[in-house]
Design a binder for this molecule. Structure first.
Ligand SMILES: Nc1ncnc2c1ncn2[C@@H]1O[C@H](COP(=O)(O)OP(=O)(O)OP(=O)(O)O)[C@@H](O)[C@H]1O
Ligand SMILES: [Mg+2]
Length: 273
């Protein structure tokens, strides 16, 4: 579980399209309860509860301003100074609310924020190497060990490894952001709206890659406005509305829920992706 296993990647690449992987079930990686976040007097998140099991993809869907990024930033310990979090965050069996962001990163949490925060003038490969910076700082000799894995997952990044990140398309930039995260060997990958601003075909490709990631053993918490895409790829889902969890369930069941269909899946059709 602690490392991305290349042979699993090979197996995953061969098994694309297979939808169930019962071998990857699920002791908890992350268990969050009563998690609230305030910005000054405004409560943006009220007593949220989220569970992510080993190897699972769990999604939180919800409209603009629902509190999705607040949830991820809060879990990462990366709220702005005005943000104040309360509640229990248990990660790999340890309460981590009092830990700073570096300590959370060191334990294998990784957030890919909505703004992908790449270094445009640096090459693709240099951006990837930055993702391994914490491992290098820890004195890991083999800190670039995931480079091959990332290039297997994203052959296009390999083709463009010497190109400046700023010359990539939107989809490739998202791939680079995820690839950079993987360079740190995360155990829990938290993705904030990876589909944002991408064309439907590219969204499909990104979701396909997220699906493949599960087979590497990385657990993923996927935040999305694009409910259709997220529920297709996730095992379990939560619906967040104005700071409160409104619904939850296995992703397939949520996708059949009339309220989800009316409010989110109908809307997703009309949204430019
Ligand atoms: N730094 C901040 N200071 C004050 N209020 C904030 C801050 N960041 C977010 N908020 C408020 O908290 C609420 C939740 O915002 P958040 O960004 O978490 O929503 P979101 O679900 O990620 O939305 P989107 O889909 O647009 O990214 C919103 O009402 C927002 O205005
Ligand atoms: Mg957001």
């Amino acid at each position: 579980m602690s490392e991305i296993n290349q042979s699993l990647i090979h197996a995953a690449l061969g098994a694309l399209g297979a939808s169930e992987h019962p071998e990857i079930q699920a002791e908890p990686i992350l268990e969050v309860s009563g998690f609230s976040v305030r910005y000054g007097k405004v409560e943006a998140l009220h007593e949220a509860r989220v569970r992510v099991g080993a190897g699972q993809i769990v999604t939180v869907i919800g409209p603009n301003g629902a509190g999705k990024s607040t949830l991820l930033n809060g879990l990462m310990g990366a709220l702005p100074p005005s943000g104040d979090a309360a509640g229990a965050v248990c990660y790999l069996g340890e309460r981590i609310e009092d830990l700073g962001i570096e300590a959370r990163v060191a334990r294998g949490m990784c957030l890919v924020p909505e703004k992908r925060e790449l270094f445009s003038s640096m090459s693709v490969e240099d951006n990837l190497q930055l993702g391994a910076y914490a491992r290098k700082q820890r004195g890991e000799r083999n800190y670039l060990s995931e480079l091959d894995t990332v290039f297997q997952l994203f052959p296009r990044l390999k083709e463009r490894r010497r190109q400046a990140a700023g010359t990539l398309s939107g989809g490739e930039r998202q791939m680079l952001a995820v690839g950079r995260a993987l360079m740190g060997q995360p155990k829990l990958l938290m993705l904030d709206e990876p589909s944002l601003g991408l064309a439907p075909l590219i969204v499909k490709e990104i979701m396909h890659i997220i699906h493949r990631l599960r087979l590497t053993g990385v657990a993923t918490l996927l935040i999305e406005q694009n409910a259709r895409a997220a529920l297709q790829v996730a095992d379990y889902g939560y619906v967040l509305e104005t700071g409160e969890l409104a619904l939850e369930g296995p992703a397939k069941e949520l996708g059949l829920n009339p309220r989800v269909i009316d409010t989110y899946l109908g809307l997703a059709k009309k949204q430019p992706q």
